[in-house]
Ligand binder design. Structure first.
Ligand code: HEM
Length: 426
């Protein structure tokens, strides 16, 4: 098989080799189980995704759910929210029970259907207008400059700790109105809460997630009380004040809904953006020719960021539940069937992206699904793109000799793909 997952006819010996490889691929596809993932998969899931797409693109898992890897199938699911529900009240019960984690995840807009989803999405909209984005860009640029100044003094840095994770936490801290000296716990809370969405959840992960939700809620309650005591004293661009005003005005958001959707904003915008920056820079290290092209033409940063999003999507998996009997990807499924949509596989589908395992910073068209699609398409996509462009763009301009400096450590998770640590020399 070629890198793009397609067969190539190169003669008799290769035909035999091709046959062996096909058999290996078939075994890989047949044995794939989301609840038993090994290190090799977590390091590099793409050979498995290609095998699945070629041999079993609508793959039935042991628990009766299906795992979909074709681009067209994933798009069709995102585009039909009536047939494919995002409501997770049934799905999260077995892992999360009646816990604070359950309360959180089933109240955030992303895991709900209309009309609740529509109501919350409308309320969040003012935080994501082009005007709001322009106001934030100046802050992002200043924050990146400050982080790079600090790194320059040391001559090396951990790209994740010192840039990629520091930036989104500060930005969402600004959006929520969390004072600078109180932002310490935000990253840990967010990682613990999202960690609870992994296919297999340990007791320790569950406990840490529950603790994080409880602490985060308490903390936000304090912030909200302060906004109520002193209305008008806070920055207009703050989403928290806007949401409180909406709640007070028309009873459109209960306090619990307000709390959980604020928590979700941090979770949604933090690790994903961290991973966009980390994955993007690491991909450039692996493809030095693309690094050289980007350095020679910094204006390519916009299309380069689109390619990073496609090539190593921060969010690899999504889920939907079928609301009535239907055929999905050519397979008959019963109402209630749980479906895993694999964004990471769809974004490497050779039917949509020629030579999909090659990083091409000028790829066009590049209709990747890193932000999903349809009514739940990422509300923060413009913000994430801007953060990625500013952070990676400035990093490359500032350090012409940027290079890896020691072993990178992968996060080791199936749903959120990224690095825990990426040491670089400047
Ligand atoms: C590279 C960074 C990001 C990636 C890859 C990403 C990815 C996604 C994806 C795939 C979804 C759709 C989930 C679904 O349909 O099931 C989503 C939804 C969402 N994202 Fe992002 N996201 C990123 C950054 C952000 C940022 C920075 C924010 C805000 C600060 C944000 C806020 C949201 C919200 C509010 C939703 C829910 C939308 C809805 O349900 O209507 N995201 N994101």
């Amino acid at each position: 098989m070629t890198l793009d997952g397609t067969a190539r006819d190169t003669g008799a010996t290769d035909d035999r080799d091709q046959g062996d490889r096909d058999l290996d691929d078939r075994r890989l596809a047949d044995g794939f189980d989301l609840r038993r993932l090994d290190r090799a998969f977590l390091d590099d899931p793409y050979p498995t995704y290609h095998a699945l797409r070629r041999h079993d693109p609508v793959h039935r898992l042991a628990d009766g759910s299906y795992f979909l890897t074709r681009y067209d199938d994933v798009v069709a699911i995102y585009r039909d929210p009536d047939l494919f529900s995002s409501d997770k009240t049934v799905d999260f019960k077995p892992n999360l029970g009646d816990s604070p984690l359950y309360e959180h995840h089933t109240t955030s807009l992303v895991f709900n259907d209309p009309p609740y989803h529509t109501r919350v999405r409308r309320l969040l909209a003012p935080a994501f207008t082009p005007r709001a984005l322009r106001a934030l860009q100046a802050r992002v640029e200043a924050q990146v400059d400050a982080l790079l100044d600090r790194a320059a003094n040391q001559g090396r840095m951990d790209l994740i700790a010192d840039l990629a994770s520091a930036l989104p936490v500060q930005l969402i801290g600004d959006m929520l109105g969390v004072p600078r000296d109180e932002r310490g716990p935000l990253r840990g809370w967010s990682l613990a809460i999202l960690g609870a969405l992994e296919p297999v959840l340990s007791r320790a992960q569950f406990d840490a997630g529950c603790r994080a939700v409880a602490e985060f809620k308490d903390y936000l309650r304090g912030l909200i009380a302060d906004r109520r005591r002193h209305p008008g004293r806070h920055d207009d661009s703050e989403i928290l004040s806007k949401l409180i005003a909406a709640e007070d005005g028309g009873e459109t958001l209960s306090e619990l809904e307000l709390l959980h959707n604020c928590i979700f904003l941090l979770n949604a915008g933090h690790e994903t953006t961290t991973n966009l920056i980390g994955n993007g820079v690491e991909a450039l290290f692996r493809f030095p020719g693309e690094m050289a092209r980007l350095r020679a033409a910094p204006d390519l940063i916009k299309s380069a960021v689109e390619e990073f999003l496609r090539f190593e999507s921060s969010n690899q998996l999504g889920n939907r539940r079928l609301t009535r009997d239907a055929e999905v990807g050519g397979v008959a499924m019963a109402a209630g069937t749980y479906i895993h949509v694999c964004i990471g596989a769809a974004n490497r589908d050779p039917a949509q992206f020629p030579d999909p395992d090659r990083l091409d910073i000028t790829r066009s068209p590049n209709r990747h699904l890193a932000f999903g699609s349809g009514i739940h398409a990422c509300a923060g996509m413009s913000l994430a793109r801007m953060e990625g462009q500013v952070a990676i763009g400035k990093l490359l301009r500032r350090f012409p000799d940027l290079r890896p400096d020691g072993a990178a450590v992968r996060g080791g998770r199936a749903r959120f793909r990224g690095f825990l640590s990426l040491p670089v020399a400047l």
